[in-house]
Design a protein around this ligand. Structure first.
Ligand SMILES: *[C@@H]1O[C@H](CO)[C@@H](O)[C@H](O)[C@H]1NC(C)=O
Ligand SMILES: *[C@@H]1O[C@H](CO)[C@@H](O)[C@H](O)[C@H]1NC(C)=O
Ligand SMILES: *[C@@H]1O[C@H](CO)[C@@H](O)[C@H](O)[C@H]1NC(C)=O
Ligand SMILES: *[C@@H]1O[C@H](CO)[C@@H](O)[C@H](O)[C@H]1NC(C)=O
Ligand SMILES: *[C@@H]1O[C@H](CO)[C@@H](O)[C@H](O)[C@H]1NC(C)=O
Length: 195
């Protein structure tokens, strides 16, 4: 009996994992589509393609999560001052969630858009044929991260300068900790070799 229960539990767990994978894969599709679309647009303008920035993507996901319950009719309000911190009251905590610091994100650009069902052609034109094209036309941006939730999709542009490269900005970032661990490991190994 216990064995049967375990079997049921494990198969449910497996299904949950598969479902989650499917779900994220679908979201990733829309996000990858947009990045590809933006890059074709930029290549058409003789601009460099934007490289994927994981940290910017994290922030984009967090911001999409903030917007997800707002109806699309409310886009004008959120679009008026794109990229400024003032439109998100809890911006500092969103940054912190992604281990980012305002000093390395200052020059980035945050662009939310709402498109029912995230229809790919409409999503792309909401960026390339709107006021956002001003930023997509700009050579100063070199990277991007895209996040989506429900009808909302958010593109975050990054630069290759210290003020906009979205490098992890606090010492609790996993990358930094890992490096520290390797470093201590190295030191410890050296210590034991000396003995
Ligand atoms: C892109 O660059 C090529 C060659 O440098 C040039 O012929 C073309 O006119 C440029 N296109 C635009 C849109 O600037
Ligand atoms: C629209 O957005 C503003 C500010 O983000 C918010 O105060 C307002 O409640 C929203 N309206 C609707 C209908 O969601
Ligand atoms: C951001 O980084 C600057 C300089 O590296 C530091 O002085 C500041 O305390 C950091 N802020 C946060 C919220 O981590
Ligand atoms: C943006 O998306 C909306 C749907 O939310 C659509 O009605 C509108 O035409 C799109 N705007 C552009 C410039 O493509
Ligand atoms: C961006 O470039 C495109 C193509 O040159 C142009 O149609 C569009 O008006 C530009 N956007 C802005 C905001 O200047």
């Amino acid at each position: 009996m216990a064995c049967f229960q375990r079997y049921v539990f494990l198969s449910l767990l497996l299904q949950a994992i598969l479902f989650l994978n499917n779900h994220t894969a679908k979201c990733d599709d829309e996000e990858d589509n947009l990045l590809q679309g933006i890059n074709s647009y930029r290549v058409g303008l003789n601009l460099t393609a934007l490289t994927k920035n994981e940290k910017a993507e994290c922030l984009a996901e967090e911001i999409a999560d903030q917007f997800k319950d707002q109806p699309c009719t409310n886009t004008t309000g959120s679009n008026t001052v794109p990229g400024t911190e003032s439109q998100f009251s809890n911006y500092p905590s969103l940054l912190a969630k992604c281990h980012l610091n305002v000093t390395t994100t200052r020059d980035g650009m945050i662009m939310p858009a709402c498109v029912p069902d995230l229809v790919p052609s409409l999503v792309l034109s909401n960026f390339t044929k709107s006021q956002y094209s001003l930023y997509l036309n700009d050579t100063k941006y070199t990277g991007a991260g895209i996040g989506s939730d429900k009808n909302w999709i958010v593109a975050v542009l990054t630069t290759n300068t210290p003020e906009g490269n979205y490098m992890p900005g606090d010492s609790t970032s996993p990358g930094f900790k890992l490096m520290l661990n390797y470093h201590t490991l190295f030191l410890l190994t050296g210590f034991f070799l000396l003995l």
